[in-house]
Design a protein around this ligand. Sequence first.
Ligand SMILES: Nc1ncnc2c1ncn2[C@@H]1O[C@H](COP(=O)(O)OP(=O)(O)O)[C@@H](O)[C@H]1O
Ligand SMILES: [Mg+2]
Length: 236
Amino acid sequence: MKILEANNIFAGYGKSEVLHGVSIYIEKEEAITIIGPNGAGKSTLLKAIMGYIPIFKGDIYWRGDNITHLKPHEKVNRGFGYVPQLGNVFPSLTVRENLEMGGFIRSKEIVKERMDKAFQLFPILADRLKQKAGTLSGGQSQMLGMARALMTDPEVLMLDEPSAGLSPMVSEEVFSIITDIHKKMGRAIIIIEQDAYQSLSISDRGYVLVMGQNEFEDRADKILSNEKIREAYLGG
Ligand SMILES: Nc1ncnc2c1ncn2[C@@H]1O[C@H](COP(=O)(O)OP(=O)(O)O)[C@@H](O)[C@H]1O
Ligand SMILES: [Mg+2]
């Protein structure tokens, strides 16, 4: 069953159109990866889906409801979680404060319960509750960003380049946690990546986005074994 569908999305910044009719969908408990060259519009697509930038044309359906023009917080209430590539934590707030803000709409009990859940996934955060987020390493900061997004218990989690700037080892750790969120917690996951081997290998399907349009889509294992796509978008 498709839970989220973005159909023929045209969107951009001011009058400049960046997405020229992009379509993606995700099924319940599926993981998908969107790859494509720098500037293709991958981040813009997530911002449009979340409602951070206006959609000029096209529709977004969530469990069959047309939610195209809902505000970001209304989409969060429906079950969307989003971790932007930059600015995914408040650097001057502590780890605890970041997590509390992530669950701001909930009761104290629920915030506590969700925090305990987050510490099971990210034990390192439990040791650093009083530390300012700005002093965390890149990997820890990415984990805090994901933990924060999980505070609202989203059904679909959207991650913008979760491994950007991380060492291969830390990136592997981040992807193993993403796999747990997907497999053990049963959440649908949309991942955007430029260096996409790891991401595609934990995904069910993938899309290639080029110049604001769909270029290609297939099962993730097929994309990984597709010579042409590998050469063009996965560094050979
Ligand atoms: N805040 C912004 N204002 C204006 N143009 C932007 C903004 N963010 C991105 N763009 C433009 O949109 C296009 C797609 O960018 P982006 O979605 O970030 O690509 P990707 O994530 O695939 O690298 C680029 O040409 C970029 O310059
Ligand atoms: Mg981007």
